[in-house]
Write a protein that binds this ligand. Structure first.
Ligand code: ZN
Length: 541
């Protein structure tokens, strides 16, 4: 049987080892040499507020695809900002936790320590108001973020980070003890004891308004007339074959509705309202210091997983998100001087189309790969070499083993890994099985998949093998998902707006690790450690 706790232990091991990564290993595989010095010679005064908007599972092509129907906040940013249309999370496991951890850190997962959702934010630090449930904290995040660099310059700098998801709120601001809140599915925003002992009055007051509960008995209907949506609504593979047609009714019970709202555009509307309340209450951006407001909007991810990226639901959600962001910016610019606000928009990852709906041109045909079958092959090959099965773990895209264990005979381990690799490559949907240590010496300029794996784990990690599926093949039975090193999962928007930036559409290849150093440059602060990203000078005036 599988050993989940052993897997977690092994993952935790390479998490710790991330701190040991040498600077040489960090730069060896990079397309460009990281730029570690940041100009502070900004002509304009630094912003008083930096707003980071991260849209969970917002693929790079969405701004173009829905562009003609966008008239709100997404339209304002993409038409008036510096829009990098070929930006990528240049790492392999394109999941929520690694993606969010990268954005304000300017470093790849191998360096932030957040190498997979599984490493994430789960922790003993209890949630306020939920003392018995699983808690959350950034304790496995390593290093610093823009928030720390700002505070090194001016300790008065404040940060508020909000999201429906705990990891979407926690990881952008790293280990900083800031105002960090996320949504508990009974209808409240909360935080954990890592951040504070009690909720502030403004959060309690917001929760008392019971906005999520208010959708009970209502329905999600289309924003525009039917003819505005070219997608068929009657795609029965969506939502597992249940409730895949508009309108989508919310439960009449208010507690159930507060949970169901997470798979609807209204959770983002409420999260944006909550962020504005926090901005007011914390007086963010009202003085000469630079504050940070990080907002991660999660509905796109939940809707994408349930209905797929090509669904009418995904389309309508983006239209509503655009309008909600428009209202948000209108409100923000009434409260604060827009000429002192720098805005960045990005996403934590993209998404692949539903495997069964991939275009006929995709060959080999995408499949759903049975992870249990791969795990069984590994168990068989490990047993055939007489290796203690608790020393080797399988985790979907990786095979882990601690080569330094005194119980480990590395020659027999290598035989087992070779035998597993040969058999795994025969499994439909498996494209590549690579030795991680071989990828460290691969041509990472021309082999993007190798490069993304190298950016995922420290060179001395316990990862022995990495498994890459064929395009649009996925591991799980979920309707649609992300997590691969393929471009549809890695490509996300990267947009900067505000007086510091030169508007336009930029098509060169850039990386999401460039977001943090670029914001640091306009804020006139110096990162306190080596980064993987560079300042996107073309975007600056
Ligand atoms: Zn997701």
């Amino acid at each position: 049987m599988r050993h989940p706790f052993r897997t977690l232990l092994l993952l935790a091991c390479f998490s710790v080892q991330a701190a040991c990564q040498s600077a040489a290993a960090r730069t060896a595989s990079d397309v460009r040499e990281p730029q570690t010095s940041v100009s502070t010679a900004a002509v304009l005064p630094p912003p008083t507020l930096i707003v980071l908007i991260t849209i969970d599972q917002f693929r790079g092509d969405y701004l173009d695809r829905f562009g003609p129907q966008l008239h709100g906040g997404l339209a304002r940013l993409s038409r008036g900002g510096a829009w990098f249309a070929n930006a990528h999370h240049d790492h392999a496991i394109t999941e929520t936790a690694p993606g969010h951890a990268t954005l304000l850190a300017g470093r790849f997962p191998r360096s932030t320590g957040i190498m997979a959702n599984r490493i994430g934010v789960e922790d003993a630090a209890p949630l306020l108001g939920e003392p018995t449930g699983l808690g959350a904290s950034p304790k496995r995040f390593q290093g610093t973020t823009l928030v720390d660099w700002l505070r090194a310059k001016d300790p008065r700098s404040r940060a508020l980070s909000v999201s429906m998801k705990d990891r979407g709120a926690i990881l952008p601001v790293g280990r900083s003890v800031s105002d960090v809140y996320w949504y508990f599915p009974d209808g409240r925003f909360t935080t954990s004891t890592y951040y504070r002992a009690a909720l502030p009055d403004w959060v309690n007051a917001f929760n008392a308004r019971k906005m999520p509960q208010s959708v009970a008995g209502k329905s999600w209907t289309l924003l525009l007339p039917d003819s505005a949506y070219k997608e068929a609504d009657s795609v029965s593979i969506e939502a597992g074959g249940r409730n895949f047609l508009f309108p989508h009714p919310f439960p009449t019970d208010s507690v159930a509705a507060a949970s169901a709202i997470r798979v609807s555009p209204w959770i983002d509307e409420i999260t944006l309202d909550f962020a504005l309340d926090g901005l007011n209450s914390l007086a963010l951006g009202d003085s000469s210091r630079t504050d940070v407001l990080a907002i991660s909007l999660s509905a796109t991810d939940y809707i994408g997983h349930s209905f797929g990226p090509d669904s009418r639901e995904a389309h309508d959600n983006v239209l509503r998100l655009d309008r909600n962001l428009g209202v948000f910016f209108d409100s923000l610019f009434k409260l604060r001087d827009s000429t002192r606000i720098a805005i960045a928009l990005s996403a934590d990852h993209g998404v692949g189309t539903i495997p069964e709906l991939a275009p006929a041109s995709v060959q080999p045909r995408p499949v759903r790969v049975d992870a249990a079958a791969l795990a069984a092959i590994l168990r068989r090959e490990v047993a055939a070499q007489g290796i203690d099965s608790t020393l080797v773990a399988y985790d979907a895209q990786t095979v882990l083993a601690d080569r330094s264990s005194v119980k480990m005979n590395t020659a027999t381990l290598d035989r087992a890994l070779d035998d597993f690799s040969r058999e795994a490559r025969k499994v439909p949907g498996v494209s590549r099985v690579d030795r991680f240590r071989d990828l460290l010496h691969a041509d990472t300029v021309h082999d993007a998949i190798a490069r993304r794996w190298v950016h995922q784990f420290p060179a001395n990690s316990n990862v022995q093998l990495v498994i890459t599926l064929t395009p649009f093949s996925i591991f799980s039975g979920i309707v649609a998902t992300h997590g691969s090193p393929r471009d549809y999962d890695s490509n996300v928007p990267l947009v900067f707006a505000g007086p510091w930036f030169a508007p336009g559409r930029y098509t060169e290849f850039v990386r999401t690790v460039d977001l943090a150093p670029t914001l640091a440059a306009v804020a006139g602060v110096k990162p306190s450690e080596n980064l993987d990203g560079v300042v996107l000078r073309r975007a600056l005036r």
